[in-house]
Design a protein. Structure first.
Lengths: 606, 219
């Protein structure tokens, strides 16, 4: 007979929470319970200890290492490696401990991969890389859940008229073009209109002439949000679905909209269709609702950020179109730049504007007036669409940030060659930049110029690295969380200032030192590992830490949104589950280690 | 073929054997002793009129609660559970699935060999156990028990001051030692709670405490 109280506790404690009820019930019979009084010590034994209540401290002969409390483990080192640690565990407040015999522990490790993984991660202090399998299972719908297995296809030798006839007969809005069972093109309703009729081509035109060649496609095993992501990124409405490289169906926006009203794809094309300011101003609630829906689907935060960034980009483009309609065509070529989180594609609903204009010609006279008016319309337009104006005036509406190529180049040169730490801190946001609209050529010249100046600029990198390590993760000496207050008198862990920003800042230093063009932190990490600037272990650690932090912040902000509260970055650690608490601590520990490595690499005395 | 078992003489032998084997050294250390922590749910408080409906127990050896020793038994009651169902939540149909009282006693006598009986408010368990043995076997061994409630009362009286009502209930005692709550009035949960309480009480008495002292304080 199992004791319900013990089963219930294990059900809430990772990694046991992943085990089936009958496994837990028989496991419960194998454990023993011991009461420790404060001051008692326990030498390592080949048993797994799980703290049920009380407070324990881990010691070496010289010093106290860390505190263990409810839900923490000890003894797994010995069980995993067969080597006894030189440390002992001492009870500081009376409490109960559950002991699992070695056989039970080994049996579970062999039977359940995730159970084994948990303790391997715990042992290597890399718990932030552990994901409970429950999380994996519940994570969202697959493409297979949406797509109808049906393809309408024709040969590439056929004419567009045959294609049109087939589409009408089958009542579909697109047709696939196959060659040897492989997908080589796609032709849609819209293509027939814009590429055939509008161009005055004859009905006997060959489909291969007008089709979209090698179209984007997605595997049937991918997640639905990956399909959404692809469709929104490329602004397409038909996405062929493949199984083992053979087309088996087409996913359309209608399929997705049918399942949910607010959809990124839907919303982005909606934004693109707006030619009046009023239509764009009414969009805020829809963005909010979309964000909430993404939250409910447990979509990872980097995907959410990426989708939100796509939407914000679409808003910029639409506002620029409206401005150009009002003001007439631009007097010279320009590029609309974004900085910071929008450039890195890691925006959240709370993000404000960080943008600027890069002009082909010097801003003077009529040119200056035109772009001043353009920037005003766009910046205030974005504000009316829900993207708040920037407190720090990092906006195109600020004349300081409407510069020619030469102007920008000089500005960067000043920051780079005479780095004044404070000025550098304020300007670090500019080193993450991306083009949203306008001339790509113009932007590339500037971006390459800046990257070339950063690379191997030791003094600049020294200051940048120093700034990046100024703020430390909020972990105390005994691995407890250090809380702080925000302006609204809430107390907690600042996940942005003392978490995500630390990763971003750190990765930026490496990326600039290696002249990497990418600005997205995940992409930067991948490239840094490819170029052997970071080891694979470093890259995985940082990525894992970033995911833990970003997902927690996203959860937090989704909760705030649901309750209609001000969006905050402050996390109350008492709200965390046991696993989350472990993961967060490990993520912070990774940041501490990596900051130290960064300092050693860039901050040695020059 | 089981008829011989029902003969009072043969069964009486069981009690005699138990008494012969049961010799505790009262001067041995309390922290090293073997315990059987027992809880009964009954149809009422009077052992002469009421019946045992369920029993739960768990063993402690070497200062550790061994969960593989945890047992829970429903006991077939000759009378209706009546109003007591409100307390323990067991209904007639469930209770009728249980084992015979005599079988429960056989199990308990076996388990108790070499172990000290422990209960919270042990008077109830002792009375029911003795009365049941009397009824089934014609005689009851002279059971003795450690009472976690009395151990707690003893500590409180040492400290002085009034003893508040309810401050000696199992849940109140567990809370005082910051021990996890248990589902009350489930025989096994209560036995487990009582076992955890005993571990805490043993620790607070130091390693030199003997069984004799525990019995003394349980009076």
């Amino acid at each position: 007979m199992q004791i319900q109280e013990v089963v219930t506790f294990l059900q809430q404690t990772p990694p046991f929470d992943d085990l089936a009820p009958h496994v837990l019930e028989s496991l419960c019979r194998e454990l023993t319970v011991v009461y420790f009084a404060s001051g008692e010590e326990q030498q390592p034994e080949p048993q797994l200890m799980l703290i049920r209540s009380g407070l324990f401290a881990l010691h070496t002969e010289q010093q106290r290492l860390t505190h263990l409390q409810t839900g923490d483990y000890y003894g797994y080192q010995l069980l995993l490696t067969g080597l006894a640690d030189p440390d002992t565990i001492r009870c500081e407040e009376d409490g109960l401990v559950y002991f699992f015999p070695q056989e039970s522990f080994d049996k579970l490790r062999h039977q359940y991969k995730n159970f084994d993984l948990f303790f391997q991660r715990l042992f290597s202090r890399r718990l932030h890389l552990y994901q409970s399998s429950q999380q994996q299972n519940t994570s969202t719908l697959k493409v297979a859940d949406f797509v109808t297995r049906r393809t309408v296809s024709i040969d590439c030798q056929d004419t567009v008229q045959q294609a049109a006839l087939l589409m009408t007969a089958q009542r579909v809005s697109c047709v696939l073009i196959k060659q040897d069972e492989k997908l080589i093109g796609i032709l849609t309703d819209r293509d027939l209109r814009s590429r055939v009729l509008a161009k005055n081509l004859s009905a006997s035109t060959c489909v291969s002439q007008v089709m979209t060649k090698t179209p984007h496609s997605i595997d049937i095993d991918c997640f639905a949000f990956e399909a959404i992501q692809q469709m929104s990124q490329h602004n397409i409405h038909h996405l062929p679905v493949t199984e083992q490289d053979k087309p088996i169906g087409v996913l359309t926006t209608t399929d997705l909209i049918r399942s949910q009203q607010e959809h990124p794809v839907f919303l982005i094309s909606h934004i693109h269709r707006q030619h009046q300011a009023a239509g764009l101003q009414a969009i805020t609630p829809q963005i909010q609702q979309l964000a909430l829906q993404l939250a409910e689907q447990h979509i990872p935060s980097y995907e959410v950020s990426s989708i939100l960034t796509s939407i914000m980009d679409a808003l910029v483009q639409s506002w620029l179109n409206i401005a150009e309609q009002q003001l007439g065509p631009a007097p010279c070529v320009y590029s609309w730049l974004v900085f910071g989180s929008q450039a890195r594609r890691d925006m959240l609903p709370s993000a404000d504007q960080d943008n600027a204009l890069l002009l082909e010609k010097e801003p003077s006279g009529a040119i200056a007036e035109y772009f001043s008016a353009l920037a005003d319309i766009v910046c205030h337009g974005l504000a009316s669409s829900g993207q708040a104006l920037c407190d720090g005036q990092i906006m195109a509406a600020n004349p300081e940030l409407r510069l020619s190529l030469k102007g920008w180049s000089n500005r960067f040169a000043k920051w780079l060659n005479t780095p004044d730490p404070q000025a550098l801190l304020n300007s670090s946001i500019f080193f993450d930049m991306r083009l949203v609209h306008g001339s790509k050529g113009l932007f590339n010249v500037l971006h390459e110029d800046v990257l070339a100046r950063c690379k191997n600029n030791e003094l600049f990198l020294y200051h940048l690295a120093k700034n990046a390590t100024e703020r430390q993760p909020p972990l105390g000496f005994f691995k407890h969380f250090l809380l702080e207050q925000d302006g609204r008198q809430r107390k907690g862990l600042d996940l942005k200032k003392r978490g995500i920003s630390l990763v971003t800042d750190l990765v930026r230093v490496y990326a600039l030192s290696a002249g990497i063009q990418a600005v997205n932190t995940r992409e930067r990490l991948a490239l840094l590992q490819q170029q052997a600037v970071l080891t694979q272990r470093q890259q995985q650690n940082l990525l894992g830490a970033l995911d833990v932090l970003a997902n927690l912040r996203w959860q937090l902000q989704a909760q705030d949104m649901q309750r209609g509260r001000h969006l905050s970055n402050l996390l109350d650690p008492s709200q965390l589950s046991l696993l989350q608490r472990h993961q967060l601590k490990d993520a912070f520990a990774v940041l501490s280690d990596e900051q130290q490595i960064l300092r050693q690499r860039f901050c040695r005395e020059l | 073929m089981w008829n011989w078992l029902k003969k009072p003489v043969a069964v009486h032998q069981l009690v005699v054997d138990f008494e012969k084997d049961y010799n505790l050294d009262k001067q041995s250390l309390a922290s090293k002793a073997n315990y059987l922590v027992l809880d009964f749910e009954t149809t009422g408080l009077d052992s002469k009129k009421h019946h045992i409906v369920s029993a739960g127990w768990v063993k402690i050896t070497g200062g550790k609660i061994h969960l593989n020793s945890a047992r829970y038994q429903l006991v077939r009651s000759p009378a209706s559970v009546g109003q007591s169902a409100v307390i323990h939540g067991l209904h007639n149909t469930e209770v009728q699935q249980g084992i015979e009282l005599e079988d429960l006693l056989r199990l308990l006598l076996q388990e108790l060999t070499g172990a000290v009986l422990v209960s919270h408010h042990s008077a109830l368990e002792l009375n029911f156990l003795k009365q049941s043995c009397q009824n089934c076997f014609g005689r009851s061994p002279a059971f003795k028990a450690v009472d976690t409630l009395k151990l707690e009362l003893y500590k409180m009286r040492l400290k002085g001051g009034p003893v508040a009502q309810n401050s000696l209930s199992l849940s109140a005692c567990l809370a005082r030692y910051h021990l996890p709550e248990v589902t009350e009035h489930h025989a096994l949960s209560d036995a487990f709670g009582c076992a955890q309480l005993l571990l805490a009480q043993l620790k607070s008495r130091g390693t030199s405490c003997t069984l004799a002292e525990l019995f003394q304080q349980s009076r």
